[in-house]
Ligand binder design. Structure first.
Ligand code: SF4
Length: 455
């Protein structure tokens, strides 16, 4: 059995133990669900598709539909072109989506199936569409897959058809929950700005119960909207890792300027998002939003003593971890371990810059890390709080530290995907979650006489 309690951590040059990420197609499938009347299609074996659907279903607690090329030994050896073409025929005939969004799997990438060529030579029914993204899972993470599929939407669907750009903004929300997407849309609407959000999984993976089964729920960005993204005045990409590629592609293809911002979590990042919209559209920020900001700052001030000087470890997706680090710093906490499973040295640079600015020198920061390493760090340098996905619970349990569940996936709690962590309202929710986790632990550890004093 592996020992996770070394005093000196030996550097592993290869291999991952408990990755802090999941595979590319999960992200591609989630992005595709954000198109109205779209069926995500997994080009590979049934097992991959079942895993991706199961993972998303467990996080959102809503059924996630997708089809598969159902590879056999024969297709693995001779190529999956015939399977994919049969899939198009069957899926359009049986389920009747407007569009199929194909992503690949490790197997189909390894054997080298040429997806654009297969799509080009397939019989696609009149009026129906097929798009694709290559998602080899031995590279990147679910964030790479999400980014690739959103870029695919632009490559296949965006069109510049008007002479002058329309007074509307494209918003790419990044890999966030539908609760977050609703909040970003609410803030934009409250500023009176027209927008197209893509992908948009609201009304798809957070549907109300109606007693009727709907293969394709009401939500999602429509194909007309996706085409119209090429006519917008500007694209705001929220989260460089998940959203910037698609925004840059749209700038190249349709001359829509791209503006990459952080995911709007915490006061500073939300301010930046709203000020960017204000600057682009000369729109006023309504008093209701100003009031929410004031409330959040008030709450942060009132509860500052809960957080001040507390040590915290944060892990998860790079876009979310970066702003969470910024937010906990603004609460007076000390991030001592910050890790993402996604590769990319820019993550380390960005986090180190935030920590340098706050005067924190000896923190562990790593991209492409894993949870075994995070556990080693925590053993050598304990923390008061862990923030991350469900998979952090094993570390939290072993080290007896509270865990605040944020990010993807959260499999052992419900409701989280309906409620935002973005915007000022989301900031209030984060403060409540962190504060409750710290105080619950404090209450548990308090002696009886402490309680008597309080009462
Ligand atoms: S084989 Fe590759 S694509 Fe399939 S589930 Fe595993 S990592 Fe994901």
């Amino acid at each position: 059995m592996l020992d996770s309690t070394p005093k000196e951590i030996k550097k592993r040059s290869a291999g991952k133990i408990n990755p802090a990420k999941t595979c590319q197609p999960v992200g591609a499938m989630y992005a595709a669900l954000g198109i109205h009347n779209c069926l995500p299609h997994s080009h590979g074996s049934q097992g991959c598709c079942s895993f991706h659907r199961m993972h998303l279903t467990r996080h959102f607690r809503d059924p996630v539909q997708a089809s598969t090329s159902s590879f056999t030994e024969g297709s693995s050896v001779f190529g999956g072109g015939a399977n994919l073409k049969t899939a198009f025929k069957n899926v359009f005939a049986i389920y009747n989506p407007d569009i199929i969004a194909v992503h690949t799997t490790c197997l189909t990438e390894t054997i080298g199936d040429d997806i654009p060529n297969i799509i080009g030579s397939a019989e696609i029914p009149e009026g129906k569409l097929v798009i694709h993204a290559n998602t080899p899972s031995y590279q990147g993470s679910h964030i790479t897959g999400f980014s690739g599929m959103v870029k695919g939407m632009v490559q296949y669907l965006s069109e510049a058809t008007t002479e002058t750009k329309k007074n509307q903004v494209n918003i790419i929300p990044g890999f966030v929950n539908p609760g977050d997407m609703r909040e970003i849309k609410r803030l934009t609407k409250d500023m009176g700005i027209n927008f197209i959000m893509f992908p948009d999984t609201t009304g798809v993976v957070d549907t109300p119960i109606t007693g009727e089964y709907e293969m394709f729920p009401k939500g999602g960005t429509t194909l007309e909207q996706l085409k119209d993204t090429g006519n917008s005045k500007v694209t705001v990409a929220l989260g460089a890792w998940a959203s910037a590629d698609a925004a840059n592609q749209l700038e190249r293809k349709c001359k829509v300027p791209a503006l990459t911002l952080k995911t709007p979590i915490g006061v500073k990042a939300t301010d930046e998002f709203l000020m960017a919209l204000r600057g682009q559209f000369a729109a006023e920020i309504p008093y209701e939003i100003e009031e929410e900001r004031g409330q959040l700052v008030d709450i942060m001030t009132d509860t500052h003593f809960h957080f001040h000087g507390k040590k915290v470890a944060i892990f998860g997706d790079p876009d979310v971890v970066t702003v969470l680090t910024e937010f906990v710093l603004s609460l007076g906490m000390i991030p001592v371990h910050v890790l993402t499973g996604h590769p990319g040295s820019a993550f380390e640079k960005e986090i180190k810059a935030l920590l340098d600015e706050a005067g924190i020198e000896d923190a562990n920061v790593k991209a492409e890390g894993d949870l075994f390493e995070l556990h080693q760090w925590i053993k050598n340098q304990p923390v008061d709080l862990l923030i991350g996905t469900t998979y952090g619970k094993y570390i939290a349990r072993a080290e007896d530290i509270p865990l605040v569940r944020v990010g993807f996936p959260v499999l052992d709690r419900s409701v989280h995907s309906y409620l935002p962590i973005v915007g000022y309202k989301g900031g209030m929710r984060l403060v409540e979650m962190i504060s409750n986790a710290l105080l619950d632990r404090q209450d548990r550890d308090a002696k009886d006489e402490d309680f008597e004093l309080v009462m």
